[in-house]
Design a protein around this ligand. Structure first.
Ligand SMILES: C[S@@+](CC[C@H](N)C(=O)[O-])C[C@H]1O[C@@H](n2cnc3c(N)ncnc32)[C@H](O)[C@@H]1O
Length: 191
């Protein structure tokens, strides 16, 4: 086999392994990498009624689709927690180059080790098993009035206050979401 064909094969193999690592490795912790679509980010922040008085925790912040919009558009304080180190590097770079670095704090680690008590808004786009694991932690640590906004997956056993079917976004308000007479189902008709 010619040397340049061999080299190309190695480069393609390395790129495939790198991409697979970047997207899938964090599945072990709670979700792979897929940025929240811009329309869903906008809806999550709108539904949460985010304001400069809020502290938003983005659980599994990826490369910052939610984080930097929350700081730029709403001037909210943002805590971004991310387990995958390359994405943490990207978050830190974006923070360093952006105008609202004082509003954004970045934690490299497992979201299940983070204390959620300072959060007034929590955003998530995580795998269903991670949402189930998250629920008791949210119930222990959230303050009354906090909002939880999730893309794609519900908090199992909680009743959403609103659901936007166009972007697949659920809004929960704590502690009302745990209403024992409520239902897992979103309100009919969406928002
Ligand atoms: C579907 S992506 C969502 C990214 C981001 N929230 C966004 O809106 O673009 C999920 C992210 O959660 C991260 N993640 C998964 N489990 C985690 C854990 N236990 N602790 C911290 N981050 C986690 C993944 O590395 C991935 O970047």
């Amino acid at each position: 086999m010619p040397i340049d064909t061999l080299l190309l094969a190695w480069v393609l193999l390395a790129a495939t392994i790198g991409l697979a690592y970047f997207v899938f490795a964090s599945f072990l912790f709670g979700a792979g990498y897929q940025p929240t679509p811009p329309a869903a980010v906008r809806e999550m922040l709108r539904l949460s009624e985010l304001s400069p008085r809020d502290t938003l925790y983005d659980l599994g912040a990826g490369t910052g689709a939610i984080v930097f919009r929350a700081a730029r558009t709403y001037r909210a304080r943002v805590v971004a927690v991310e387990v995958e180190p390359l994405r943490v590097g990207i978050l830190r770079l974006r923070r360093a180059l952006g105008p609202f670095r004082d509003l954004v704090s970045i934690r490299w680690g497992n979201l299940f080790d983070l204390d959620f008590r300072p959060a007034t808004v929590v955003t998530a786009f995580l795998w269903p098993a991670a949402m189930a694991r998250l629920r008791p932690k949210l119930e222990r640590e959230l303050s009354p009035g906090s909002r939880v906004v999730s893309h794609c997956h519900r908090v199992p056993g909680w009743t959403p206050e609103a659901y936007d079917s166009a972007t697949d976004v659920y809004l929960y308000r704590w502690p009302g979401a745990r209403d024992p007479g409520g239902s897992d189902d979103p309100p009919t008709g969406g928002t």
